[in-house]
Design a protein around this ligand. Structure first.
Ligand SMILES: Cc1cc2nc3c(=O)[nH]c(=O)nc-3n(C[C@H](O)[C@H](O)[C@H](O)COP(=O)(O)O)c2cc1C
Length: 177
C-alpha cells in the first residue's frame, strides 16, 4: 500500500473524525454558546477534559472570567444549532434565542446546560494551556447528565471534512473491545 504525500494543511482534514460539541458558558448573567471541534479527554482520575478556544471568540472571555463551561453533545436534530452557534457571535446575538435552545440550571457550575442536548458535562477550569492559535481550557468534570434512553442511535454528530463533506452521523457497533 503506497501513500502519497499531501499538504500538511490537508493532513488533518483527512483524519476521519472530528468531534462536534456545543459549549455553553455564562458570566455576569450573560449566557452564550459556541460550537467547537477542539475537545479532548486529558485524565481519567480526576476526570479532566479540555476545550480549545481561540482568543478572538466572545466565549473565550466568558470562560476565562467565570472559570466554568458545560460541554453538550449534539445529535442530528441539533445540526442547525451547531451552524448558528459556529457562525454568529454572542457579542451580537443571543444564541439561545436564535438557535431555539433552552438554558437549564446545572448542579455545580453557573454555566447553563442545554436542555435539547442528550449529554451535558459540567466543567470547572483547572488549567489554561496556550498552544498555537488556541487556548486549551482544561476542566475537571464536576457533574454529568444524560437523557433517559439516550443511545448513539439518536444520530450523534461528528465532522468529517474529508473529501466529501461536513457533518455525519455515528454509525453502528462493529466489534467488541
Ligand atoms: C463545527 C465547528 C467547529 C468549531 N470549532 C471551534 C473550536 O474548536 N474552537 C474555537 O475557538 N472555535 C471553533 N469554531 C468557531 C466558533 O464556533 C465561531 O467562531 C463562533 O461564532 C464563536 O462564537 P462566540 O464569539 O459567541 O464565542 C467552530 C465552528 C464550527 C462550525
Amino acid at each position: 500500500m503506497v501513500k502519497k504525500e499531501i499538504a500538511v494543511s490537508d493532513g488533518l482534514r483527512q483524519l476521519p473524525i472530528r468531534p462536534v460539541y456545543l459549549v455553553s458558558v455564562e458570566h455576569e448573567e450573560k449566557k452564550n454558546i459556541i460550537s467547537i471541534g477542539m475537545f479532548a479527554f486529558f485524565s481519567g482520575k480526576p476526570t479532566l477534559v479540555g476545550v480549545g478556544i481561540a482568543p478572538s471568540r466572545f466565549s473565550f472571555d466568558l470562560i476565562r472570567k467565570s472559570g466554568e463551561y458545560v460541554v453538550n453533545a449534539v445529535d442530528e436534530k441539533l445540526m442547525d444549532a451547531v451552524r448558528i452557534c459556529g457562525e454568529k457571535s454572542g457579542r451580537e446575538v443571543d444564541k439561545f434565542e436564535l438557535a431555539k435552545l433552552t438554558p437549564t440550571k446545572g448542579l455545580r457550575v453557573k454555566a447553563p446546560l442545554i436542555e435539547e442536548s442528550p449529554v451535558s458535562i459540567e466543567c470547572r477550569v483547572v488549567k489554561e494551556v496556550e498552544v498555537g492559535d488556541h487556548v486549551w481550557f482544561i476542566g475537571e468534570v464536576v457533574a454529568a447528565h444524560i437523557r433517559e434512553g439516550y443511545s448513539w442511535k439518536d444520530g450523534l454528530l461528528f465532522k468529517w471534512v474529508g473529501e466529501d463533506g461536513f457533518y455525519h452521523k455515528v454509525g453502528g457497533k462493529v466489534g467488541e473491545y
